[in-house]
Design a protein around this ligand. Sequence first.
Ligand code: A2P
Length: 277
Amino acid sequence: MSEALDIVTPILAGNPSPFPVPAGCYALTVRDVQHYTDSLFRFRVTRPKQFRFRSGEFVMIGLPNAEKPVFRAYSVASPSWDEELEFFSIKVPDGPLTEHLQKIRPGDTVLMRKKSTGTLVNDALLPGKRVWMFSTGTGIAPFASLIRDPETYDKFDQVVLTHGCRTIAELKYGEDLVAGLREDPLVGDLVRDKLIHYTTVTREDFARQGRITDLITSGKLFADLGLPRMGPEEDRAMICGSMAMLKDTKDLCLSHGLEEGANNKPAQFVVERAFVD
Ligand code: A2P
């Protein structure tokens, strides 16, 4: 494992950056980049040994391409025990950060502010029988971290990760992740026993179609899984997606009797925005 670098390494291999690393930032080296669609990719970077975070939290990410770089919030998609850090990103045409970030290659440098934060953490939920992780698009990222963390399975008997996307291709990151986890030496047994991955698509033909909010309202989600409707006794929920998705899913949690929690006041569900440009 390499440490954070004290000096800026080239942003594009062989092309030294003239800009200093801003105070309070790590300069991390890109290890791996995988593109899924025209609008989605993931990247992995070195992790500084001194950087600690809780699975499900987010950090601010930027590039060393300006005196005052643009930073955006990214959920760490890797678990807190991992030696590298993983992120799952959208590519926004002309987006101030992602327009450039989508071009990174192994060996390039990414900036990360040193402090992580966020509400999608196990500590913000009261114990319960099962946890619902409701995600759309890149909102799966914090859950990619949490479903790799044994603590999640210690806390809940059942973990239901729902992922809704416009197209089938956009599901691939989550599908590859869950398939790989079933064989994982650390959490493989837990994943096989406790994790349910429920995917839906809204703009193509697929086995399960429709917005997760509609599937909750109609009860189809629960019927498909052979589970009772959500309720405050047994169920906990975490929500991550676009602003509209957050609002609609939050309203459904409330109407099912769940109360919103926070780090300093754990309760039955928590919400976090997944939006970057
Ligand atoms: P839809 O295709 O009906 O808009 P986006 O890329 O816009 O964030 O959308 C990702 C997924 O989230 C899409 O399947 C989209 O469905 C769905 N979605 C968008 N808005 C909501 C909402 N308010 N509640 C639930 N799902 C939503």
